[in-house]
Design a protein around this ligand. Sequence first.
Ligand code: ZN
Ligand code: FE
Length: 255
Amino acid sequence: MALDLVTIPCLTDNYAYLVHNAATGETALVDVPEAAPILAALQTRNWALHHILITHHHDDHIQGTAEIVAATGAKVTGARADAHRLPPLDHAVGEGDTVVIGGEACHILDVSGHSMGHIAFHFPASDLVFTADSLMALGCGRLFEGTPDVAYASLMKLAALPGDPWVCSGHEYTAGNARFAATLEAANPALISRIEGITAMRAKGLPTVPSRLSDERATNPYLRAHLPALKAAVGLPNAADTAVFAEIRARKDRF
Ligand code: ZN
Ligand code: FE
């Protein structure tokens, strides 16, 4: 039985997530932008919290951690490589580790780029991957710490995940990402129909996350730097994939 997923809007445009095993009652939280909406989501469902999974060190992903730990006693899991700038960790993990969360195997992927030490949590049995500010809906996080090479390798690792996981990312940036993607691939039918869906969801105030990895492969420009159409769109028809990715990301920074 797949884990239940709850998407929790936080702050102005952040998301936290709960995963819950209905058979065992075990619950995990991914990222802690602020405590109040997360505690409310737990109370509404009468769920206890057992695990906090942290993706990366930025304040908008960790700043409610102490309050949630104090309220619930949940144990904190985060990147060993980033332990010096994360809340105190009960479990330090890194690339290739497997932990058991909610009775399910959770694979740890290093997805550095936006920050170094950013990790993703992949639950293959439930087809969920928590990517925060690495791979985002129609986008990727700005490269604050990693080089384009590092960030592109991280995105390719996510793009190659088996099955078609739900990509649970950290922000509601999708409408802006869509406007930028349309400057590169205005004629991509998958992008055109996805943008229609995004526009409709945002008009109703609905989250555009999680998204399907197959939709990211078909429409997310940062996963498509290997394609001749994208290379041509940025005027680099013969460039290496990584150079095309770097140019796409640089254009978004100026967009
Ligand atoms: Zn961040
Ligand atoms: Fe963030």
